[in-house]
Write a protein that binds this ligand. Sequence first.
Ligand SMILES: [Fe+2]
Ligand SMILES: [Fe+2]
Length: 393
Amino acid sequence: MKKKGGIKARNDVSELIQVMASLTSEHNLERLLKLIVQSALDITHSDAASLYLREKDQLRFVITSNKTLERRMGKKVFESTIKAFTVAISKKSISGFAAYTGKIVNIKDVYKIEGKPYSFNKTFDEINKYRSKSMLTVPLINREGGVVGVLQLINKLSNKNKLSTYKKYDEEITISLGAQAAVALENVQLQDDLLKAHYDSIMRLSAANEFRDNETGFHVQRVSFYCELLARAYGLEEEYVKNIKYASPLHDVGKIGIPDNILKKPGRLTEEEYEIMKQHTLIGGKILVNADNDIMRLAQELAVSHHEKWDGSGYPHTLKGENIPLSGRITAIADVFDALSNKRVYKPAFPLDKTFGIIEEQAGIHFDPQLAKVFISIKDQVADVFERLKDED
Ligand SMILES: [Fe+2]
Ligand SMILES: [Fe+2]
């Protein structure tokens, strides 16, 4: 650290402290991964960085950033060329070695590795016409001393943006960053586990309710997945996508307040009975009212609004167009699609093609035309869910 100027070092440290604070306050995994990689690039002044997460005895490559290639082909294009892969935690690869031994690996030139158990895989460089040279690979170690992932920095740049090598100082600062990243990652994963447990309970409760008028509990699961797929394809933020996935199984929770003789009636409902049936939206709204978290608030919104129609002919509030909450518009498509494509006491199952045809026909009438279009564009993904979660006859 001889040549490291005092002011520069202090700047790095204050930057690092700021980064550490922001890491712990990020609760979204995707954003956290981006933040870790970006901070690592900035703090160490590297050209590229990748992050791997541990999954049992392997590392899963989750994210990468490469300034040179992003400049050359554009960030979006570069990101679209990245393929997911896994690496065994063993001494054979550089990242595997770091995870296996829990030690930092600092290499001056990855094309000149000699006398080591690991070697460098040039495939990425060859495909992208890139030259990886210096590399710093740091295991992310949690409080209990376990490896949760690996952070890999590539091509240290000098102040004049010339290729350089990683020094002791870079090692130290990256280890600090890595430790903080490990804690933040673990926290998010714990939160995710909690969310999954939460989802599981929502699903079971919704399915229990569903058993009353429908022999299987798969309806709510499929609706949940369709909502997730549609929200994502529509370009909504991952946070919202996750929330609607977890909230939508509750869309019909208000049916709990509908008497059996109406809910289970095989034939057509009389006008009076239909009026009672419609109440399930408002009852759902009451059950879910005053929630203190985003998922339940969204559940309340879509429980009330999933039978509104784009042209204003729905219920309970005859809302029109974009006055209908987005969650209600999304759930409406998922719910109707599922009701049509499956057998009900009052109707046979329609084939998928016919069902998509109806969604298309009803775009701008029953459904938000934009959403309907997106839903049809993801036919294949929808069909996958349909096949995977088929009702048994
Ligand atoms: Fe409903
Ligand atoms: Fe439903």
